[in-house]
Write a protein of this length. Structure first.
Length: 177
């Protein structure tokens, strides 16, 4: 034991204090490293969450933009097919069935596009999409009865409703994208 005491206190050079100092530095290094690693892991998780959130938002915006384009493309031909149908009713009664079928196909395309886009949009846009779909259904009903000039009034009223509902939907979609 006396050899240990002598080594501990040393002859002018205390070995024990050096050993305690080295142990303290080693323990402090381990503690600081642990704290820094845990903070960096928390920071990395936070950055990962932010990147995931940003990526999700970008994907949602891209999806909204793509659906907006699909709706716009389907709706753009509506006026053309409606004008062709009216021209057939006024000038060429033999072409009415073909023009009606093309217009009906366009209405169905718009309905399917809006229906397929439903889950992509926020609630306010979904409400406008429902209004647009109802206007398209009403228009389809009016179209089935409008084979002569005298029966065109409901056709025009429902076509107007479709255009108003479409404009409301597209303005909301443009705002969201």
């Amino acid at each position: 034991m006396s050899a240990f005491k002598e080594w501990w206190s040393g002859n002018g050079n205390p070995n024990g204090l050096g050993l305690l100092g080295a142990a303290f530095v080693l323990i402090a290094n381990v503690v600081i490293t642990y704290l820094m690693v845990s903070r960096s892991e928390e920071h990395a998780e936070e950055l990962l969450k932010q990147q995931f959130s940003q990526t999700r938002e970008m994907a949602q915006k891209a999806e909204v933009s793509a659906r907006s384009k699909e709706i716009r493309d389907a709706a753009s031909d509506f006026s053309t097919f409606a004008a062709a149908y009216v021209t057939a009713v006024l000038d060429a009664p033999s072409e009415v069935p073909l023009a009606k079928r093309r217009l009906t196909d366009n209405v169905l395309k718009q309905l399917s596009t809006v229906t397929m886009s439903g889950g992509v949009f926020p609630n306010d846009i979904q409400d406008a999409a429902k209004s647009y779909k109802l206007a398209l259904y009403d228009f389809s009903d009016a179209l089935s009865d409008a084979d002569t000039v005298l029966k065109m009034r409901p056709f025009w009223e429902r076509a107007s409703d479709v255009l108003v509902a479409r404009e409301e939907l597209l303005s909301l979609v443009d705002t969201a994208s």
